[in-house]
Design a protein around this ligand. Structure first.
Ligand SMILES: [Fe+2]
Ligand SMILES: [Fe+2]
Length: 163
C-alpha cells in the first residue's frame, strides 16, 4: 500500500498482533467503535502529534495502543462480578489497563505513565509526569468525542491498517 507509515507500523506490530490487544475487538468503546479501533486511532494520532513536537513518538504509539487495555465491557455495570473498585470506570480503568499492559508486555516508564494517567484530571491522585502522557490524553479526549458524534464511515482511518 502506498500510504503506509512504516515507522509507525514497526512500533506497534508486536503489540497489535497479540491476543491481548486483539481481545479489545470484542468490546464497544463509544458509538459503533470497538475498543481496538479506538486504541489504534489514539495510538496513530498520538504518534503523529509526538513526531511533530519532537517527543518520544514510539512510546506514544505503544502507550496509545495499550491505554484502554482494561479488557471488559465498561457498559456492563456488574462485569460478571469482577468489579474490584468502588469508583466508576472513568476513574479506574487506566490502572487496570496499565496492570494488563505490564502483565502481557514489557513496557517502559513513559508508557506506564501514559496509560495510568490518560484520564487526567480524573486521576487526581496521579498527575502525568511526561509530555508524552499529555499528548495521548489530549488525543484520547478528542477522538473519544469524535467517536461518540461521528459515524464510522466518516472517520479518518489509519492508512494501511485494517481494523
Ligand atoms: Fe480510557
Ligand atoms: Fe481511550
Amino acid at each position: 500500500m502506498n500510504n503506509v507509515d512504516e515507522e509507525y507500523i514497526s512500533y506497534i506490530t508486536e503489540f497489535a498482533k497479540s491476543d491481548a490487544v486483539k481481545e479489545m475487538k470484542k468490546y464497544v468503546q463509544h458509538g459503533d467503535t470497538s475498543t481496538y479501533e479506538h486504541c489504534l486511532n489514539v495510538s496513530y494520532y498520538s504518534y503523529k502529534v509526538a513526531k511533530k513536537l519532537g517527543l518520544n513518538a514510539k512510546q506514544c504509539a505503544i502507550g496509545g495502543l495499550l491505554h484502554d487495555l482494561f479488557l471488559y465491557d465498561w457498559h456492563d455495570k456488574d462485569r460478571d462480578g469482577k468489579k474490584e473498585f468502588f469508583l466508576p470506570h472513568g476513574f479506574t480503568h487506566g490502572v487496570v489497563a496499565e496492570r494488563n499492559a505490564r502483565k502481557y508486555f514489557n513496557i517502559d516508564e513513559i508508557c506506564s505513565d501514559i496509560i495510568i494517567t490518560h484520564m487526567f484530571p480524573l486521576t487526581i491522585w496521579k498527575v502525568p509526569k511526561y509530555k508524552e502522557s499529555y499528548v495521548v490524553l489530549m488525543v484520547d479526549k478528542y477522538l473519544s468525542t469524535a467517536e461518540v458524534f461521528t459515524r464510522k464511515r466518516k472517520r479518518t482511518m489509519i492508512p494501511g491498517v485494517e481494523f
